[in-house]
Design a protein around this ligand. Structure first.
Ligand code: EPZ
Length: 442
């Protein structure tokens, strides 16, 4: 297991480019199960979760047909579902990647049968899938739980359109909306999803499905309408840039008092984030010559020398995203005053709190709320967290801290950020990756 060694206190300056979105790519890759035609995807990031999804799809008879010899480049994938005989997503893979649940809707819709291991809890909370199952049942699927597997069968004649309410205790569900929307694309008749997730990744999936011949309208709003079609065709689709990676880089610039230009930045998908950052004294402005496109902009990030405290509550899109909560907390640790963060999506998603405290942060948690009393400096320390975004927060803290920070178990980070250390180093960070053996020597 690799470790990052970070010497803090270097300003990040220069240009950094945002990759394609992990959370957009995963359900989009699963949608390749909906057709026997090739699905060409561009801008796919090279991440452990993407490779796990490729492995899972291959087991389900959906192969990558443009595999390069040697080290495969994942940035362009051609997926081809040419063997529909195996429809079992096994526990071995599902337990490594919860997004495996995205195969459920496409498998039932196209093959009439799916067996997908029930995902367990994870480091950020219980994470039930009841809304996914409720939505697919409303389309007529018969669903049972057998030996830890969700077993789903379409009724004779296939899935039927229906009106479905997908609201849950914490708002809607992103992957649940993706599952139901993908399945409804091939159902007979019209489906209306009420209280659908409005996240940009749902819009990206709808764009892909429509380009394959689906008839989906309203994606990005709480009501999505889907007129089912009998078949979907081939497609060539570019995955949207990763708004969470972009937000993480914006905060890396801010926490180091740097001056970064972030290219391929989906700025329109980050309005709640830039709103809170502006309040804290971080400025995110269109860079010179930026494309006039809110999904692929170039933005320049600068900030005041002294950051102001802010209050933030995580919410479904367009609210402040839970996936940028840990990174913002790291930043607010060095603001001048008391900030408040309330986590409304995953109320237990605070693995970074105790680790930031090891670096000298002053944090007081009460249930889903953390009060952050800013300190002048964080101090380097060995830390680790078993959640991807918590780990990203610790890397940011390390970039700002005085002295050396060791972020252990960076495989969590590798699930969501491609070659993060190389990209941060290129803009001035002192950050090295060492393996387990080297770490033992430190
Ligand atoms: C997606 O997870 C993302 N994952 C998560 O990103 C992200 O944190 C989350 O959406 C929220 O934005 C992927 O896209 C692969 P949800 P998802 O279903 O879809 C409750 C990261 O770090 N709920 O929208 O699984 C649930 O417990 C990851 O990149 C139910 O009650 O999240 C939560 O409180 C982590 N029943 C809320 O809804 C259900 O059936 C939102 O969860 C489903 C969810």
């Amino acid at each position: 297991m690799d470790t990052f060694i970070i010497e803090g206190g270097r300003r990040l300056c220069g240009r950094i480019r945002v990759n394609g979105s992990k959370n957009s790519a995963l359900p989009i890759m699963a949608a390749a199960l909906l057709t026997r035609h090739p699905v060409k995807l561009r801008g796919v990031p090279d991440l452990a979760d993407i490779r796990n999804m490729l492995r899972l799809l291959a087991e389900l008879g959906c192969h990558r047909t443009n595999e390069a010899p040697g080290a495969p480049d994942l940035s362009t994938l051609i997926l081809h579902s040419d063997d529909e005989s195996q429809s079992h997503a096994r526990y071995d893979i599902v337990r490594t990647m919860r997004a495996s649940i995205c195969t459920l809707g496409p498998l039932i819709a196209r093959r009439g049968y799916a067996k997908v291991s029930m995902p367990g809890g994870c480091a950020i909370g219980d994470r039930p899938v009841d809304l996914h199952l409720r939505g697919l049942s409303a389309l007529g699927a018969h669903i049972t739980l057998e030996n830890g597997d969700i077993v789903a069968k379409a009724p004779p004649g296939g899935l039927r359109g229906a009106t479905i309410f997908l609201g849950g205790p914490f708002g809607s569900t992103v992957l649940g909306t993706a599952n139901v929307m993908s399945a409804a694309a091939l159902a007979k008749g019209t489906t209306v999803i009420e209280s659908a997730a409005c996240e940009p990744e749902v819009v990206d999936l709808a764009r892909l499905l429509n380009a394959m011949g689906a008839r989906i309208s309203g994606a990005g709003s709480p009501r999505i309408t889907i007129q089912g079609v009998p078949e979907l065709g081939p497609v060539d689709h570019t995955v949207m840039p990763d708004r969470i990676e972009a937000g993480t880089f914006i905060m890396a610039a801010a926490i180091t008092n740097g001056d970064l230009t972030i290219e391929n930045c989906p700025i329109d998908a980050l309005l709640a984030v830039t709103d809170r950052l502006t309040a804290a004294g971080v400025y995110v402005q269109p860079a010179q010559g930026s494309p006039d496109d809110g999904l692929h902009a170039s933005v320049r990030v600068t900030c005041d020398r002294v950051l102001k405290p802010v209050e933030v509550t995580t919410q479904p899109f367009p609210g402040y995203p839970t996936d940028l909560q840990a990174q913002l907390m790291a930043l607010l640790c060095i603001a001048d005053g008391n900030s408040v963060i309330t986590e409304r999506i995953f109320p237990e998603r605070f693995l970074h709190v105790a680790e930031l405290a090891r670096m000298g942060a002053r944090l007081f948690r009460q249930g889903p709320t953390v009060i952050i009393s800013g300190v002048r400096h964080l101090i380097g320390a060995p830390v680790m967290a078993s959640d991807l975004r918590a780990s990203a927060g610790l890397v940011l803290a390390g970039l700002a801290a005085q002295g050396t920070t060791y972020v252990n178990r960076v495989y969590h980070l590798d699930r969501g950020y491609e070659k993060m250390e190389e990209r941060l180093r290129a803009v001035g960070a002192s950050i090295q990756r060492i393996d387990e053996k080297e770490a033992a020597e430190h």
